[in-house]
Write a protein that binds this ligand. Structure first.
Ligand code: A2P
Length: 347
C-alpha cells in the first residue's frame, strides 16, 4: 500500500473535476488530505467523497501548501495562472489543459504508451487532449507491431468536451426544439441539438482548427515520432458524453485484420467490440462511463494496399481526461516520481 498523499483538484465542480473525485474514490487512490478548488462562484458549495461532505474552496495561493499532487481541470488560463505557485509550493500538477502540452520540458503522458517519459518532469505533467488520448491508446499497440505511416482521422465529439455547461445547453436546446421554440446557443457558438458543426476551436493559417492540430502535434509527441503523417477533421455532434472517431491507418507493409483484432483484444486500455452478424459496433452510449476505449469495425482499406480502417468510441471525460490524469498520478506514486527535476521551465 502506497503512502497516502495530499491531493487538490483544481476545477473540482466541472465535468472532469467531478469525475476525478469519483475516480479517486472508486480506485481507492491513497489520499491523506483532499482539497476541492474552483472559482469564487463555487466557494462554499459541497461535494461528496467517500460518504463525507467536502466544501469547495475558491482557489488561492495558500491552498497549495502541503499539497503533493494537483489534478487541474479548470481551463488553460487557470492552469497558467496557478502553475508557478503550484510548482513553487512543491506539488506536481497533472494538468488537463492545453497550456503546457507542447512545452518540450513538460512530459505529455498516456500511461499505456509512454509512462517512462513521466520520470523527468519539472513539476508539471500534461494530460493530452481528449480526442488524442482516445486515438493514441487505440492505435499505439498496432504501431508497436508495425510502424504507422499515415493517419487520417475524423472525429464525432460530444458536448462533454466543452464542459458541464455545454452538456446542459444541449439538453435545454433539445427541449426547446421539441417545444417548437428556437434553440439558444450561449456556451457553444451554434445550436448543437439536432445539428453538428466543425469543431469550434480557433482556426489556424493552414485551415485546420486548433483541436485538429492538437491531434497532429500531441500524437507525434506521445509516440516520439516527430514526422508521423496525420491529418484530422474534428466535428462536434449532439451526443452528451463519449467521443467517436473514424480512423484510417496506412502502414509500410500489409497489416491483416485478424492480427489487428488479436492485438487490440490483448492490449491495455482498449476493448475489441464488434458483432458483424448484428452490425453492432461501438457507440457513445456503450463507451459512456467506461474506462476502456472501444474499438471495432476493423477492416481492410480497399483504396490502398496497406491500410486499415477502425472505428472507436471512448469516454471523453474518463479516459479522455479524468482517468488518464488519475493514472498519471498513480504512476508518480508507484514509481516514486513525485520529486521534480531541476528545470528552467518558465511558467
Ligand atoms: P466553477 O464551477 O466555480 O466555475 P467545466 O470544464 O465543466 O466547465 O468546468 C470548469 C471547472 O473549472 C469548474 O470547476 C470551474 O469552477 C473551474 N474554473 C473555471 N474558471 C476558474 C478560475 N478562474 N479559477 C478557478 N477555477 C475555475
Amino acid at each position: 500500500m502506497s503512502k497516502p498523499v495530499n491531493v487538490a483538484i483544481l476545477g473540482a465542480t466541472g465535468a472532469v473535476g467531478t469525475e476525478l473525485l469519483q475516480l479517486l474514490e472508486s480506485r481507492n487512490f491513497p489520499i491523506n488530505t483532499l482539497k476541492l478548488l474552483a472559482s469564487p462562484r463555487s466557494a462554499g458549495t459541497t461535494l461528496k467523497f467517500k460518504g463525507e461532505t467536502l466544501k469547495v474552496e475558491a482557489v488561492e495561493a495558500k491552498a497549495f501548501q502541503d499539497v503533493d499532487i494537483v489534478l487541474a481541470s479548470a481551463g488553460g488560463s487557470t492552469s497558467k495562472a496557478w502553475a508557478q505557485t503550484i510548482v513553487e509550493s512543491g506539488a506536481v500538477m497533472v494538468d488537463n489543459s492545453s497550456a503546457f502540452r507542447m512545452n518540450p520540458e513538460v512530459p505529455l503522458i498516456v500511461p499505456e504508451i509512454n509512462p517512462e517519459a513521466a520520470a523527468n518532469h519539472p513539476g508539471i505533467i500534461a494530460n493530452p487532449n481528449c480526442t488524442t488520448i482516445l486515438m493514441a491508446v487505440a492505435i499505439y499497440p498496432l504501431h508497436q507491431v508495425q510502424p504507422i505511416e499515415r493517419i487520417v482521422v475524423s472525429t464525432y465529439q460530444s458536448a462533454s468536451g466543452a464542459g458541464a455547461r455545454a452538456m446542459e445547453e444541449v439538453k435545454i436546446q433539445s427541449q426547446a426544439i421539441l417545444n417548437g421554440e428556437d434553440p439558444k446557443a450561449e456556451v457553444l457558438p451554434y445550436p448543437l441539438a439536432f445539428n453538428l458543426f466543425p469543431h469550434n476551436s480557433p482556426l489556424t493559417d493552414a485551415g485546420y482548427c486548433e483541436e485538429e492540430m492538437k491531434m497532429v502535434n500531441e500524437t507525434r509527441k506521445i509516440f516520439g515520432e516527430a514526422n508521423l503523417k496525420i491529418t484530422a477533421t474534428c466535428v462536434r455532434v449532439p451526443v452528451l458524453r463519449a467521443h467517436s472517431e473514424a480512423i484510417n491507418l496506412e502502414f509500410k507493409q500489409p497489416f491483416s485484420v485478424a492480427q489487428a483484432r488479436e492485438i487490440i483484444a490483448q492490449s491495455p486500455g482498449v476493448q475489441l467490440l464488434e458483432d458483424w452478424q448484428k452490425n453492432y459496433f461501438p457507440m457513445p452510449i456503450d463507451a459512456s462511463g467506461k474506462d476502456d476505449v472501444l474499438v471495432g469495425r476493423i477492416r481492410q482499406d480497399i483504396s490502398c494496399n496497406n491500410g486499415l480502417e477502425l472505428w472507436i468510441c471512448g469516454d471523453q471525460i474518463r479516459k479522455g481526461a479524468a482517468l488518464n490524469a488519475v493514472q498519471v498520478a498513480e504512476l508518480l506514486i508507484k514509481e516514486s516520481w513525485l520529486n521534480k527535476k531541476p528545470s528552467t521551465l518558465k511558467v
